[in-house]
Write a protein that binds this ligand. Structure first.
Ligand code: AMP
Ligand code: MG
Length: 490
């Protein structure tokens, strides 16, 4: 039933990882399994056996051909460099070739203490496992590049955080787990050969079109390509009100996928300074800072590549700096294109950025829910719609803006119906609302009730389509359930 492994990372030199077998858990139980993803990965589901799957996805049994390793990496956490982080509780089983011919990492997260655990327990509570499962799958359906969730198990063991909680293991699927921090690990050890190996691996797996370039150009092209993917990725986050919460360099994947869902959250009332994470005391990773932090992370990535860019270090720095500086206009162009689409615009005009910004200001002034304000805008293409206005506590600025927007829409070569339809295809109705996620976690972790998990999973599988009877899932939190702080809890 398990697809065949094509080992790639475990074939790198030994200093890239520590071999490590997952530590057994007492009573594994499969609580979530992603059948469509399993099919895409080449699992034979006719032979699906739940008890066996629970053994595999908890790490109690190894599927044939797996060679588990904990990957070495370093990272800047909240700006401070740690030269040795690594997989403290995750284990890469190996890679498989999916139905589209792409190599995919299969990793267990919460698989026990590894040589990188630094005194921590190597485990994960069930709550963060389910959060990552649900939010990463929702992100995928929302059109955001992301790692995926294949399975979740409970372990039958308690883990101790603020209080004892049931333990869980997540099976994560990724284009790769190469992080900026992976490059930093070797750069910090002046191991240029290892950095080159990683760069070649990143090109092979994520940017094969660069393979033909001459060596002098290839690594600069890699930096540019990674910058391009990060620019687009963060634009997507911004377009959804998504706040990652821990954009440390070890949580920045060179594939351009969103990775490591910790205290992540979706903003409700629009406010660009929004921060959720309890450990982000300075607001470093606030909503509006995300593009600049992505750029900061890229600068750290560029530093690791310097020896590969040019034999002349001055020249290498010059070339890398030009790429890092180009990140800002590149990201802004991505973000503008996305907000244009959110406003129903296809043509490009000078004033579009200002038009989008003015709407955001109106949302901030009106404390409007970011997701629903955009969603309901499609009902106001021709005339003011109560469904939109009611989302604003004060709607003066919005009312002043709407006629300007309609004037602009009049220059689009499309009718009102078509404009509304294309807006609804990019402005979701359903996102993983923080309070719904918290409720889901409480039910699963405290009552062993996975009903709310299943219900949320179904709603979020189709985020752009109105689902009759599920209106409540589209609504922001009631006053008593508003989430202001999120915790890694990992
Ligand atoms: P994260 O906050 O999940 O991005 O993790 C940052 C670092 O801490 C990584 O090196 C993790 O492997 C490590 N880590 C996080 N939680 C644990 C844990 N429960 N046990 C061991 N290592 C952990
Ligand atoms: Mg991490």
């Amino acid at each position: 039933m398990f697809p065949e492994f094509t080992l790639r990372y475990a074939r790198l030199p030994e200093r890239f990882f520590e071999r490590f077998d997952p530590v057994s858990v007492p009573a594994p139980r499969l609580v979530a399994f992603n059948r469509p993803l399993a099919e895409a990965l080449g699992f034979d589901l006719d032979a699906f056996d739940e008890a066996r799957a629970a053994e595999w996805f908890s790490g109690n049994a190894l599927p044939e051909g797996a060679e588990p390793v904990a990957q070495a990496y370093a990272g800047h956490q909240f700006g401070h460099f740690n030269p040795r982080l690594g997989d403290g509780r995750a284990v890469l089983l190996g890679e498989v070739v999916d139905r589209d011919g792409r190599l995919r990492d299969i990793q267990l997260k919460g698989a026990g203490m590894t040589p990188f655990s630094r005194g921590a327990d190597g485990r994960s509570p069930l709550g963060p496992v389910l959060r990552e499962y649900l939010v990463s799958e929702a992100m995928h359906r929302l059109g955001v590049p992301t790692t995926r969730a294949l399975a979740a198990v409970t372990t039958g063991e308690r883990v101790f955080r603020r209080v004892p909680e049931p333990g869980g293991v997540l099976t994560r699927v990724a284009a790769s787990h190469l992080r900026v921090g992976t490059f930093q690990y070797f750069a910090a050890r002046d191991d240029v050969e290892a950095v080159r190996t990683l760069a070649d691996l990143a090109i092979e797996r994520h940017y094969p079109e660069l393979q033909g370039l001459e060596e002098g150009e290839r690594y600069l092209a890699l930096l540019e390509a990674v910058a391009g993917r990060q620019a687009a990725l963060v634009a997507k986050w911004m377009g959804l009100g998504f706040i990652h919460g821990v954009m440390n360099t070890d949580n920045c994947a060179v594939s351009g996928e969103t990775i490591d869902y910790g205290p992540c959250a979706f903003m409700e009332a629009y406010s660009p300074t929004t921060v959720f994470s309890s450990i982000d005391e300075q607001g470093r990773y606030a909503y509006r800072n995300q593009p600049w932090l992505a750029q900061w992370n890229l600068a750290r990535f560029a530093e690791t590549l310097l020896p590969l860019l040019d034999a002349d270090q001055e020249r290498a720095i010059e070339r890398a700096t030009a790429v890092i500086e180009a990140f800002v206009p590149c990201h802004e162009a991505e973000r503008l294109a996305l907000f244009r689409a959110k406003l129903g615009l296809v043509q490009e005009e000078e004033g579009d950025r200002e038009l989008a910004e003015t709407l955001l200001e109106a949302m901030e002034a009106g404390r409007a829910d970011f997701t629903l304000a955009f969603r309901r805008l499609s009902e106001a293409v021709e005339e003011d719609a109560p469904a939109l206005l009611e989302r604003f506590e004060s709607d003066g600025a919005l009312r002043a803006w709407l006629p300007r927007w309609r004037e602009r829409l009049a220059r689009e070569a499309a009718g009102a119906g078509e404009i509304a339809a294309r807006m609804n295809a990019v402005n979701p109705l359903y996102i993983p609302r923080n309070h719904q996620v918290e409720r889901m976690i409480a039910a699963a972790a405290e009552q062993d009730d996975f009903g709310p998990f299943e219900a949320l999973r179904e709603v979020l599988a189709d985020p752009f389509t109105e689902q009759p009877g599920r209106e409540a899932y589209a609504e922001p939190a009631p006053a008593t359930e508003k989430v202001f702080r999120t915790f890694c809890g990992t």
